[in-house]
Each structure stands twice: as structure tokens, then as C-alpha cells.
Design a protein around this ligand. Sequence first.
Ligand code: SF4
Length: 346
Amino acid sequence: MTLQLIKKAEEKHSLTKEELVLLLQDNSINEELFSAADRVRKKYMGDEVHLRGIIEFSNKCKQDCLYCGLRASNKNIERYRLMPDEIIDLAKKAVGYGYKTVVMQSGEDAYYTVERLQYIISTLKEFGIAVTLSLGEKTFEEYKAYKEAGADRYLLRIETTDKELYEQLDPGMFHEDRKRCLRDLKTLGYEVGTGSLVGLPGQTIESLADDILFFKEIDADMIGLGPFIPNDDTPLKGAASGDFTMSLKVMALVRLLLPDVNIPATTAMETLNKQGRIIALQSGANIVMPNVTEGDYRKMYALYPGKICVNDTPGHCVQCITGKIKSIGRTVSKSKGSRTKKNTSE
Ligand code: SF4
């Protein structure tokens, strides 16, 4: 029965919530599921892997998400903030390493006003790269101003589609605001990235199935799935960690249902499994997002413990991941890797 569901998903790219739940619950079909996702990835996205260089430019955040080491109440981390020209310098170096996309990621930090961000974004665009922002919840006008400055993509994870769980884990934040942000970003013509944390305390299999259907409903262009990893400096210290295999299953199902979207092999997956990113690339993923932040800032951007590559340099990271990609017969793309919608009904 579940094997037939995989076949159906591979051919029709459609499953009901009940069917998704059945597949998420059945661990006897995992290999078939991962292989089907890999075939769909190859058919629609080819063998190229796109690298996106992440600049983690501020770990200051006004929000207080219970699962995140950057939460405002965490007094155990040293905070930092890079100045606009330092961000531009890192982006310039990333371009030198061959990156075609730079992702500017931070906590929700009010220092970066619209004017400062417009300056950074428009300067980065002069390098001929795609610019992705991951700055959290903003107003429609702010998103519009970034877009007008040249931003191409925006990442904002829904984290979980379980409204009650979301509002419990993200005190002071509202699920409806999150959805409003995603709608605004789509309206403004961004390529929109979203995604979930898998294995949050209190999260159900049913809500993971809802997450997958939500990504399809909003026509997300990029979907990142990462296992929840408890951080000792947060109230979720001591909670059970998310499961690598379950994260991989959710990711593989996303590939089957949304064949032409960009899916990263996330860093958090490699934290739980030494081969995590390679396994993810062989189970539906087509993107890797290496860190191009330098020095101690890599350690200080401590979303969760055990983050990989914190002692490496950006130059080392690009060589390391390129070697891994080649070792599985894939190639590093020389293009920006924007989402191109394909006919998925054939
Ligand atoms: S998840 Fe994002 S918004 Fe929440 S505390 Fe961490 S950095 Fe801030």
C-alpha cells in the first residue's frame, strides 16, 4: 500500500494528508521513498547543485523563540553585529570563491534600517549575484523597499503550521503574521523560501503532513527542513532532539510533491549525521548553503549546539563541499539557480 503511494507521488506529485501520514509513519519504505525523491530531483532539477553563501551578519534578535539560541532572553551568548561595509566585504569574497547567490541572514535586529539594507543590497547587486534575505518578519513596505533595492529572494520559515504550537514556541509572535509575511513576499515577486523544524516538542506527524501541503498551497520556491536540535541556553534544554531520518522523510516527500522547487541539504542535518548533507542530496535536495562568515562570528551565531564547520574558513568550506558534491557524481552549478517552474503534470 505505502509502496503504491510512493509510485503515485512520483508520477502525480500529489498525496492527501492521510497518505502523507501513512508514509511518514511507515519506516519499512524509507529506502524506496529516498530513491523516488532522488529520481524526481534528477528528472526536474538535473545533477547540478547550487551553492548559496550565507553571511550571518548579526546574532542580535528582539524575538524570543523558545528553540533558538539567538533569542533575546539568552544572556549566555556574546552578541555581534557586522557593519554594512563588512557585510559587503564578505559578499565580495564570496563572489571570489565562485558563489552566485549570497544569503544575508540575521536575527530580527532593528539596527539595519531600510536605508542601511538598501545600501547593502544595491551594492551586492553590482556584483552580478542573486541576493537572498533572511531577516524575519517585516512590514509590506519594508519588503517592498528591499525588493526595489534589488533583493531577489526571501527566506522565512513557517517553522510549523500548527498554530497553537507555533504561538507557544514563539511567544509574542502570531501565526497569522507569519502567513501574512509569506503572502506579501509572494505578492512582491520574491522567490520565497520557507520550511519547518522537524521534531519540535509537541509536534505531531499530522502537522508535518500539513506542513508539506502548506508548502504546496502557497507555491513556495524553496523549502528548507531541519531537525530540531535542543540548545542548552534555551527553555527547551533537555528536550528530545529531532530525528534525522524523519527530517529526511519530510524532505523527500516535499521533493515528490513539489518536483521543481529548490531544496537545501541543511546544515542541521549534518549536525545529526556526519554524512547528512550528502545523504540529503541523494534523497531529493539540490542546494547547499555553506557559511561565508569569517572567524569567531561563525561560533557566535549559535542557533543550536554542534553546528558544523564553525572552525573552518569560507575558502575551506567551498573546497570541502565541492569535493563532496563531485564524489557523488554531481556538479557545482555556475548559474544563480533561480527556480524555474516546470510542467509537472506530464
Ligand atoms: S528563530 Fe529567528 S526570530 Fe526567533 S529568536 Fe531565533 S533568530 Fe530570533
